[in-house]
Design a binder for this molecule. Structure first.
Ligand code: GLU
Length: 486
């Protein structure tokens, strides 16, 4: 027997940014569908008319395009079950809400904001969760008709029982049973005629044939109410896959409010899209092996949603940086050069062999936007303290540093074909001749050439990139500096 084709959806609200949690939902939904040759659908959930943001749709489309999470159906590519933008489906929801009213599963509510506030305050005073008191459920048919006719604004609420229990099954969190007394008669249709997320998601997931609903665990607690809606309509309940929260640390969720990572922020910081996707795939999913680097194709092959974790995932930027570094090293050098070029241009105006620089930086870059601070010393020797010549491990001090530099200078001046190799060989010879450890010659030289504690590459690479003239100039400055402290 043929299994039903898997259909998943990514249903973002157009907020104007792509939070990494949303991108992870998109990725998991995509992987679940593609793992089984299923369909991945993009649906825009824009029924909150007060929260419209200009350009927000483009952010969504662009992210899907850049990341390669290509949807099979959606507002921009079409499909058989559209429209795929909820605001264009307004009348559909109202029709379905009316069906629920007809069979007693929903009712009109005309309560004013003041009355609702009062109920809320009462619940707070009693230390109970807010719950609508079914006041309007008891209105007669005539009263309802009269109020509607006289133009009193209304919402439509779900009619939940207050006794018994409701159970639902989540693929990750298992069986969850709640007392019906906890279920609020949530609003299905708002007074502006638009549906709430709570209603629209159920209607659309059904009408769009979604088989697996993938979303954040913040929706877990509402899912019993969604199940009651499916049951009220007599519809099959889809499989629920709620993903664990993504945390900034043990106590704080990664949230826009805390200025935390969105996909755009990460791209701007110079992370590669492949690394971001790979990293977020592992935020809450366990591949069941020690493999950490996965291409999108490998993820499709290996992804089994049963291995999504329940425990919150911590967004570890250090780990992401490491992974990004791995991806950078996997790039062909020409590609790296192309990506690094804008960052070089931002920092360097001098005539520097950028291809050579890329050879150096390719293996030493974790994220692209750290390039400027790593190479700024090539443009101009920074102000630095003579104390930097003192290095315990290298056993350097002011005196032996000065001596090394003074001995190095004429040798360097004599090099006619300046290169990594010629500088290398001459300095190694010098260390031998002076009967000192290499560090006694090389630490002062690198310090003089860079004025920095940490540099990509050592003295030879830097000398090679700076060229003879600039290198000699810097060695002389180093000598003068050290003379002043003797
Ligand atoms: N529009 C909801 C959100 O952006 C989608 C939740 C869902 O996937 O059902 O959070």
């Amino acid at each position: 027997m043929n299994e039903k084709t898997i259909r998943t959806r990514f249903a973002p609200s157009p907020t104007g940014y792509m939070h990494v949690g949303n991108l992870r939902t998109a990725l998991y939904a995509y992987l679940i569908a593609k793992h089984d040759n299923g369909d991945f659908i993009l649906r825009i959930e824009d029924t909150d008319q007060e929260r419209q943001v200009d350009g927000a749709l483009d952010v969504i489309y662009n992210t899907m395009k850049i990341t390669g999470l290509q949807h099979d159906e959606g507002p921009d590519v079409g499909g058989n079950v559209g429209p795929y933008i909820q605001s264009q489906r307004k009348n559909i929801y109202l029709d379905y809400a009316k069906k629920l009213i007809d069979n007693g599963e929903a009712y009109y509510c005309f309560c004013t904001k003041d009355r609702l506030d009062m109920i809320r305050k009462n619940s707070e005073a009693l230390g109970r969760p807010h719950k609508y008191d079914k006041h309007c459920f008891h209105l007669s048919k005539e009263e309802i008709e009269e109020k509607i006719a006289s133009g009193i604004p209304y919402v439509i609420r779900q009619n939940n029982p207050s006794t018994g229990t409701t159970t639902f099954e989540d693929e990750i969190f298992g069986k969850i049973t709640v007392d019906n007394s906890e279920l609020d008669d949530m609003v299905l249709i708002k007074s502006d005629g638009f549906p709430t997320y709570n209603f629209a998601n159920v209607v659309d997931d059904h009408l769009m044939g979604i088989t697996h609903v993938v979303r954040g665990s913040e929706y877990l607690s509402s899912s019993p109410k969604y199940n009651r809606l499916y049951d009220a309509f007599g519809w099959d309940v889809p499989k629920y896959i709620h993903c664990p929260p993504i945390m900034k640390d043990a106590h704080h969720k990664l949230s826009k409010r805390n200025g935390d990572a969105s996909f755009e922020d990460l791209m701007e910081k110079g992370f590669l899209k492949e690394a971001i996707l790979n990293y977020i795939a592992l935020l809450g999913w366990n591949p069941g092996s020690t493999q950490e680097i996965f291409s999108l194709e490998e993820l499709i092959k290996n992804f089994d949603y049963k291995n999504i974790n329940k425990a919150p995932a911590i967004f570890d930027i250090t780990k992401l940086k490491w992974m990004n570094g791995e991806y950078i090293r996997m790039l062909p050098i020409e590609k790296f050069h192309e990506l690094a070029l804008p960052y070089y241009k931002e920092t360097l105006t001098k005539n520097i062999d950028l291809t050579k620089l890329s050879e150096l930086m390719h293996t030493r870059t974790e994220i692209l936007n750290e390039i400027p601070e790593q190479i700024d010393f090539l443009e101009a020797l920074p102000e630095y303290s003579s104390d930097m010549y003192i290095h315990k491990k290298m056993k350097t001090n002011y005196e032996n540093s000065l001596k090394s530099l003074e001995k190095s200078l004429p040798i360097l001046e004599n090099i006619s074909n300046w290169s990594f190799d010629t500088v290398h060989d001459s300095m190694m010879d010098l260390a031998k001749e002076m009967e000192v450890k290499n560090g006694i010659v090389l630490w002062p030289l690198r310090t003089a050439l860079s004025g920095k504690q940490f540099t990509p590459g050592g003295a030879f690479e830097i000398a090679d990139i700076l060229g003879k003239e600039e290198s000699l100039k810097r060695v002389k400055i180093g000598i003068d500096k050290l003379k002043q402290v003797q």
